[in-house]
Structures are given as C-alpha cells and as structure tokens.
Design a protein around this ligand. Sequence first.
Ligand SMILES: *Cc1c(COP(=O)(O)O)cnc(C)c1O
Length: 400
Amino acid sequence: MAKKGDRPLRTGTLLAQGGRRPEWTGHPELGGSIVNPPVWRASTTLYDSMADLKARPHDTHDKLYYGRRGTPTVWALADALTALEPGAQGTLLYASGVQAITAGLTALLGPGDHLLMVDSTYQPSRAFCDGYLKRTGVETTYYDPLIGADIAGLIRPNTKLIFLESPGSHSFEVQDIPAIVKVAKEKGIVTFLDNTWATPLFFPALAAGVDVTMMACTKYVVGHSDVMMGSLTTHEGLWQTLRRSTYEFGHSVSPDDCYLALRGLRTMGARLRQHQESGLAVAHWLADQPWVSKILHPAFPDCPGHEYWKRDFKGASGLFSFGLKGASEARREAFIDALTLFGLGYSWGGFESVVVPSDVAGIRTATKWGENDPFVRLHIGLEDPADLIADLEAAAKAAL
Ligand SMILES: *Cc1c(COP(=O)(O)O)cnc(C)c1O
C-alpha cells in the first residue's frame, strides 16, 4: 500500500493509490518508476542460483515462485482490494465470481458439515450447494433472507458456515447482517458474504464482522464488461486456510486480466457514485408510471429490508428491478425487445446499461415469492439518465 506516513487514507485515495508499491512499478536502475504496475506474464520464474532456489519460500504471496502463484500484477490487484477492507489480512483472486464462491466453500466445508444458505442467493451458488456440496456430503438448509437473529433456530451442532448475500441480485431483500453475524460469532460459525452489489465502498463487510467477503469483480471492479474475475478477502484467522486450499486446487488468474481489473478499480468510486445517482433517477421515474407495480431497490422504503440498508449501507449501486403491472409474458418480452439503449444480457456492473427478465418464483425453496407481476431487472450504466428514461418510456408506449 502506498501509505504516505501513518495517516489512515480514505477510500477514494486508496482506490487511486492501492497496489502501487515502488518495487512493482520501478527498478532502482531505471532511475524512476511508472504509474501502473505493468503486466508481468510468467509461467517460469527464474532463480539467481541454487542457493536462491533452495531459500525462496513456496508459500509466499509477494515473492516470485512460479507463475500460478502470481506475479506483481496479480499481487497489486489483491493488495488494492485488501486495502479497501479494514481488518483484512489478504485477498485471493479467482477466474470468475462463481469460482471464488466455490473455492471459498470447498476450503471451509467438508463431509458431514452443514451450511446455512440464504434463499435469495445467486442461482449458480445454489446450484453448487445442490450439486457438488450435496454429492460430497455437505448438507444445505436455505433460510429466509429476512430471518435476522432468528437464524439461531436453524443452527445445528455441525453448522459450519452461514452464507449471506445482501441484497439478493434479483429480489433485492437486504439482510440484517449485524444480527446474523452476532449469532454466528456466539456459536463459532463462519460468515461468508457475496458483496458484489454493494462492494466494500457501500458496505465494508469485514468491519461489520463478516469473516469472508466475496466479490464478482466481473461486475463493478472490472466495470467495463470485458474481464471475468472473482475475489475473496478475509482476516488473519482464515487467511491461511483459504490460501492453502486455493493453492491445493491450483486456482490461478491471468496477469492481463488483473491489469484490466486494476484499471477498472481506479475509477470504481466515481462510477459507483454515478450508478447510484442515475439508478435512483430512473427508479424514481419508474415509480411514477402507471404501468409499474413495484420497485425493488434497497433505497426504496417498500423494498424488503430497506431499514437495514438505511442503517448499514453507505450507498446503492445501479442494479434494481421493477414489476410490470398486470402484464403478460408476451408484453414483458415486447417491452424488453423495444428497448434500444439497454443491452439484453446477463451480468451487470459495466459502464453500460443492461436489462434481463427477472423470474424468482421457481427458484425459492425456503420462502414464497409474493409477487405476481412479471419483473424486469435493470442495470443503470453511465449513459445520461434522461436518455434511458426516454428509452423506457418509448418501449412502454410501444409494448404495454
Ligand atoms: C455475477 C455474480 C456472481 C458470479 O460472478 P461471475 O464472475 O459471473 O462468475 C456472483 N454473485 C453475484 C451476486 C453476481 O451478480
């Protein structure tokens, strides 16, 4: 971390300075340094001598050993992400967000263990619980995202981990994370949060007592819809466990991708502020339209768990959904097809706006989805919100 003296640095400064260690951006013989840690591509890394080879530790996170364990480009991104989470010991990087989730769960769970998984979780996380974890003897119980301290009633002697995702990325319930963390700490259970929606800028998870925080960096960290990447950040207590398992599995990320992710990270604060502002502008406009039945946006009072968002979060990102009042499936499809500024596709968090249909009902097992109208999920990008609103208005006129 580029720390100037002992003054603690604020988030915006950490985004600009993180990972720019002098030894990664220059060399004493070059007479200067460059701003960005360059792309160090490597499989083989070379040793000076046999003595050097024998002395070099194999479990290092910031000394060259072999390409799979990373190069300065990889460490710079990990370092910059760690700096954003007060209380963090380190960050491990993965080839996608889903890989970060599965790497974390396989490191922390084994045969005979019990997992509490939030019912609003990202669908591939659920698939991993119902597939691989089940096959290898880990039992999953899904819980109501709004359960709060009542989660104590679901804990068994073999419960090892509580998985949180707040808000859910389709249904947007905000969880009472402090209440769940308190119960988990009393019982010695690990808490694991998918923090992709808020990022540490809007919810610093480790400071809130969460043990492992995960991001699909694919979304806001990368920010430009061109790289897949995932991260796990944790405190000293679990760092060795996660790192050992990650090394055992041979997880590895590309330095080129890390370079792009670090470039994205530099502007994440400015982008998130704009995603928030434009997202709220579009959501407030939608709330006034007669063809909209409901807005699911954590900053809106009727979003389930809104009070926790208000109490615990520092902001809202640009992803939310809304219901089309009384619309048929055919009308929803016509509405989505009529949009011209929103790309139709999965993923979100890039600079551009995207839309997908949002269908939650068939996925839930612990709770019942109460909405009957078809929902549409929007990611509000960095376009001018007035143009996005005009596009939504034209699509509604044409299709609804
Ligand atoms: C996209 C996403 C992931 C998975 O990330 P990938 O990089 O696409 O694998 C995990 N959690 C949430 C909430 C997501 O939106």
